[in-house]
Design a protein around this ligand. Structure first.
Ligand SMILES: C[S@@+](CC[C@H](N)C(=O)[O-])C[C@H]1O[C@@H](n2cnc3c(N)ncnc32)[C@H](O)[C@@H]1O
Length: 193
């Protein structure tokens, strides 16, 4: 049986709506931490002029390719290995997309991810990140507070990031917040350009 995420199934529709607003030019897209591949498999064909390259940590690549290998959309490229703290593909990319990874990576890895991504985005490139965020150090809901506590109990390096901290990391690489969208289940999509 293929690896399956109910959350990815639930959020792919709302994510598509936001992506449609920002993925307006042809080009290449790198997806970081593609997980089960449900997002890549479903979203890529909605953007036929965008070459969509999913990536995952090397140890998870086989599971990802199981899903993507079936009948891939013409613009869905083979998944590539990428651990953000290791070597990155050269790019350039018009778009980088990642869902539900910033609270799984350590803060150090998130900062590195942002730095590396900004070096590979084109001048007009856009970085889109989906997931939960705190605002001014505070959770936006009780469920996010509990989720943050459970992450930290699992691994003290994990945890929901402050939106302002993420914005500051991008600013260090001259990318500004272009959009901040409320999503179902107390998630957000942040867009940097
Ligand atoms: C909660 S899953 C999200 C998967 C998928 N994007 C989704 O939304 O369903 C987090 C993903 O981040 C990946 N990840 C964690 N640390 C990473 C790192 N340092 N570099 C690259 N990917 C990482 C994991 O392998 C995992 O697939």
């Amino acid at each position: 049986m293929l690896p399956f995420s109910q959350a990815a199934e639930n959020n792919k529709g709302p994510i598509l709506q936001v992506l449609q607003e920002y993925l307006t030019r042809p080009g290449n897209l790198l997806e970081i931490g593609a997980g089960t591949g449900q997002h890549a498999q479903w979203l890529a064909p909605q953007f036929p002029e965008i070459g969509w390259t999913p990536s995952e940590q090397p140890e998870n690549l086989q599971a990802l390719n199981q899903r993507l290998g079936g009948e891939p959309a013409a613009n869905l490229r083979p998944a590539i290995p990428l651990r953000v703290q290791d070597a990155w593909p050269l790019g350039p990319f018009e778009y980088i997309f990642t869902a539900n990874t910033f609270h799984i990576m350590s803060a150090e890895q998130v900062a590195l991810c942002i730095e590396q991504a900004c070096q590979r985005l084109t001048g007009q490139g856009r970085f889109l990140v989906y997931g939960p965020f705190h605002y001014q150090g505070r959770p936006t809901s009780d469920s996010n507070r509990q989720f943050d506590e459970s992450l930290k109990a699992r691994d003290p390096a994990m945890g929901i990031r402050d939106q302002e901290w993420v914005v500051a990391r991008f600013a260090e690489h001259r990318r500004a917040l272009l959009g901040d969208h409320a999503m179902p289940a107390n998630n957000r999509v942040l867009v940097f350009a």
